[in-house]
Design a protein around this ligand. Structure first.
Ligand code: DQA
Length: 139
């Protein structure tokens, strides 16, 4: 099974970025742990700080069984990313390290949630793992 894991803006800063909110693991460490925990999954990892690059990657995701997307702050602002998710047939699971519903009002709204298969929020790096488990069990 091939899964595409997309991380949006500022997630390349994990480890250094607000560790009290996002934890101390770097994105590379989170990715390595996913590969270690799910050796049967063929992962492709992509990170970009640019909305258009995320859209390009999403709409080229035809060969993946699923997409795991942490759109970062674009979650709350990007109708364009929501449109891209709606435009593709590949199921997308929204993930967040922090519990966005326990944070500032602007973060409690997700423009992408209505077009995603489901959302996982608040479990730190385990949010990604739970999303992989969903796709693993769907297969
Ligand atoms: C985040 C939550 C967003 O509100 C924030 O802008 C991020 C990270 C998370 O993983 O908790 O960049 O998506």
């Amino acid at each position: 099974m091939k899964l595409l894991v997309i991380n949006g803006p500022n997630l390349h800063m994990l480890g250094k970025r607000e560790p009290a909110v996002y934890g101390t693991q770097t994105l590379a460490e989170i990715e390595a742990e996913l590969r270690r925990k799910f050796p049967e999954v063929d992962f492709e990892f992509f990170q970009s700080n640019h909305e258009g690059a995320i859209i390009d990657r999403l709409t080229a995701a035809k060969d993946a069984a699923g997409v795991i997307l942490n759109a970062g702050a674009y979650t709350h602002t990007s109708l364009a990313i929501a449109d891209a998710i709606a435009a593709i047939e590949t199921p997308v699971v929204e993930v967040h390290l922090s519990n966005i519903f326990a944070r500032e009002a602007i973060r409690r709204e997700s423009l992408i949630a209505p077009v995603c298969r489901g959302s996982i929020s608040g479990f730190g790096a385990r949010s990604y793992e739970l999303a992989v488990r969903y796709f693993d069990e769907e297969q």
